[in-house]
Design a protein around this ligand. Structure first.
Ligand SMILES: C[S@@+](CC[C@H](N)C(=O)[O-])C[C@H]1O[C@@H](n2cnc3c(N)ncnc32)[C@H](O)[C@@H]1O
Length: 291
């Protein structure tokens, strides 16, 4: 595997994914009962935007750096929450270039009654993940294949779970199918699991049929959140960021429309982009007999 997330740390897609993740964690915490956070593709846990391994934060300049520069004028509370989390990491480390990965954001947000398991398959990344999570007792790193661990971790004793599936997409079509399989497996073990799958908006020929199959076959409510900052079907680079949210929390889409719109205005400098929150499967369309 050649993918290293550090090169992309803090780019527009990371911002989109991490704002969504924080909003999901907060929504899970509207109930007192604890839950399991499961990160199947965890990465290194945190990154240094001043280091060579992130190309000195090159991609972050049109991502998190642009959001931080607008911090005093942000309107959506989800964006302010994200900025506050980055501030907390930076002051904890005394490092103005630190950027949190999904495991750190979860560790920072979880309450005493919640817990987290973060899986990373590449040994060097996993060592970094263990260091990043070193001070947190509620979240543990596992140097393992997240897809293989999923059946052993579900259903959790809390009977509530938020799962983030964030593969590298070195082989997009195959990895989209693997994610579909993992969703089915997770729902079979815990029908109310909230599952967020990040996907790249890059090649509509792989993405369109995948979303269509989900619309036709998924036996749970599902929403897609998309933010793109380049024309969607140019295959030169990453054009946009998508999150499939299975079993989204109540009124999640209304809030997402607000903060996605604001993010787009901040990040889409050339005005080629867009954003949308779209139901793939509504609660009323779910065939409950099939669940
Ligand atoms: C996109 S990065 C994850 C970024 C992280 N979720 C974040 O938001 O900070 C994908 C990571 O998954 C790891 N990976 C790839 N296949 C995996 C698997 N089957 N199980 C666990 N980790 C895997 C890669 O090494 C890489 O670090």
């Amino acid at each position: 595997m050649r993918y290293r997330h550090g090169f992309h740390a803090g780019n527009f897609a990371d911002v989109h994914k991490h704002v969504t993740l924080l909003a999901l964690l907060r929504a899970m915490q509207r109930k007192d009962k604890g839950f399991l956070y499961l990160d199947t593709h965890a990465g290194a846990g945190r990154y240094d935007l001043g280091a060579a391994e992130t190309h000195h934060g090159a991609e972050a300049r049109s991502g998190v750096t642009a959001v931080l520069n607008a911090a005093s004028t942000l309107e959506a509370e989800e964006l302010s929450d994200y900025v506050a989390a980055i501030g907390a990491l930076r002051s904890a480390l005394g490092d103005a270039g630190a950027y949190p990965g999904s495991p750190w954001l979860a560790a920072y947000t979880l309450r005493p009654q919640d817990r987290g398991v973060c899986c990373e398959i590449v040994p060097a990344e996993c060592r970094a993940l263990e260091r990043a999570l070193g001070g947190w007792r509620r979240v543990r790193a596992e140097c393992a294949d997240g897809y293989q661990r999923l059946p052993a971790l579900l259903p959790p004793r809390e009977r509530r779970c938020l799962i983030l599936i964030d593969p590298p997409y070195e082989q997009p079509s195959a990895e989209l199918e693997q994610a579909t399989h993992a969703i089915g497996d997770a729902l079979a073990r815990l029908a109310n699991a909230v599952i967020a799958v990040w996907y790249p908006i890059k090649d509509e020929r792989a993405l369109g049929p995948w979303l269509q199959r989900l619309e036709q076959h998924l036996a749970a409510p599902a929403l897609s959140l998309e933010l793109w900052i380049y024309p969607r079907d140019s295959r030169v680079s990453l054009n946009g960021s998508g999150l499939l949210i299975v079993n989204p929390p109540y009124q999640f889409e209304q809030r997402a429309e607000q903060w996605q719109g604001e993010l787009q205005r901040l990040l889409d400098k050339s005005r080629h982009g867009g954003s949308c929150a779209r139901w793939l499967v509504r609660e009323s369309d779910v065939d409950h007999a099939a669940r």
